[in-house]
Write a protein that binds this ligand. Structure first.
Ligand SMILES: NC(=O)c1ccc[n+]([C@@H]2O[C@H](COP(=O)([O-])OP(=O)(O)OC[C@H]3O[C@@H](n4cnc5c(N)ncnc54)[C@H](OP(=O)(O)O)[C@@H]3O)[C@@H](O)[C@H]2O)c1
Length: 287
């Protein structure tokens, strides 16, 4: 028996398996294209001849392949091996497929955890890396130590399989807001004749403000406390209008600042002008 098995040895699965090996775990691995297991074998992993053999070899198996649909297909072919085992699904996927996978595993008398890896493979094993995990608390308690070897700041965020996809979309959109903000920032600088290395050197000014944005959101949204904010929706709408007119005057593409301005004005038009900008979480979609 091994401590843990890893199925899927792409860039991410290989990083997971190698990190477990480096931390003293005995690891059995399997990959559809078996040659990808060779570097792992050289590092001390046992190579299984099939996915079912890998699952049989350990009390828990991490699966990191394309997405939940492929995991469901793969596990159908291993039905006799999964009873009594723990499957830790780290492939990404949608809510419906996540629920189907969890239901299939429960029917097969297997326990499960589903996770999102919020990192590139190069950051697997770092103390600040986060795997966001859902599943039964008892199963999490049992495998928390091994999962924290993969991401030292990993957390259990809930028990429902389907919530992970929405949480991923929320966190990804949060990051992409910043990424696309920089892209549009670069566009207006280019049109205004500001050297892009000057813009890049000034981006940390915005990075420095992000913790206070986060605090504004955290102080207002969970408790729905939108009164007496440090900056109101009206103030934001005016500042966003100024930014939009600067984009227009420079002749820069302005879809993103236009969207920001439109959203703030929808809030003001809904009577939320003196509330926090974050009151949009309550009002958008329920107008
Ligand atoms: N790379 C990242 O930065 C990152 C970050 C977070 C999460 N992830 C997630 O991690 C998962 C793997 O990503 P990756 O970057 O390692 O991708 P990858 O390098 O392209 O590897 C994909 C792996 O999935 C296997 N696979 C695909 N379809 C399969 C099937 N039907 N049956 C069995 N195995 C199958 C492949 O096997 P073959 O070798 O035989 O093709 C390969 O081992 C994805 O869900 C991805 O979203 C990746």
């Amino acid at each position: 028996m091994s401590d843990i098995s890893v199925i899927g040895l792409g860039v991410m699965g290989s990083a997971l398996a190698n990190t477990l090996l480096q931390n003293g775990y005995s690891v059995t691995v399997w990959n559809r294209s078996i040659e990808k297991a060779e570097p792992l074998a050289a590092n001390g992993a046992t190579v299984a001849a099939s996915a079912a053999e890998a699952i049989t070899a350990s009390p828990a198996t991490i699966i990191c392949i394309a997405s939940h649909e492929q995991t469901i297909e793969l596990l159908r072919e291993c039905a006799s091996a999964i009873g009594g085992k723990t499957i830790i699904e780290l492939s990404t996927g949608g809510a419906t497929e996540a629920e189907a996978l969890a239901a299939m595993l429960a029917e097969s008398n297997a326990s499960w955890l589903l996770g999102i890896i919020n990192a590139y493979p190069t950051a697997v094993g770092n103390p600040e890396t986060v795997l966001s995990i859902v599943g039964d608390v008892e199963v999490w308690n049992k495998w928390e130590k091994a999962i924290k070897v993969l991401g030292g700041s990993s957390t259990h965020v809930g028990t429902e399989a389907g919530m992970l996809a929405a949480l991923f979309a929320a966190l990804f959109t949060t990051r992409q807001g910043f990424m696309f903000g920089m892209i549009y920032g670069g566009l207006v600088c280019k049109k205004a004749g500001i050297p892009l290395d000057t813009f890049v050197s000034q981006v940390p000014v915005s990075l420095g403000v992000l913790p206070s944005y986060y605090q504004y959101f955290a102080d207002t949204v969970p408790q729905r406390q939108f009164d007496n904010p440090p900056a109101t929706m009206t103030t934001y709408a005016a500042a966003l209008d100024d930014a939009l007119s600067t984009f227009k005057a420079a002749g820069a593409p302005c879809e993103l600042p236009q969207l920001f301005s439109d959203l703030a004005h929808r809030g003001v038009d809904a009577g939320l002008g003196d509330k926090a900008l974050t009151a949009l979480v309550d009002s958008l979609g329920s107008e």
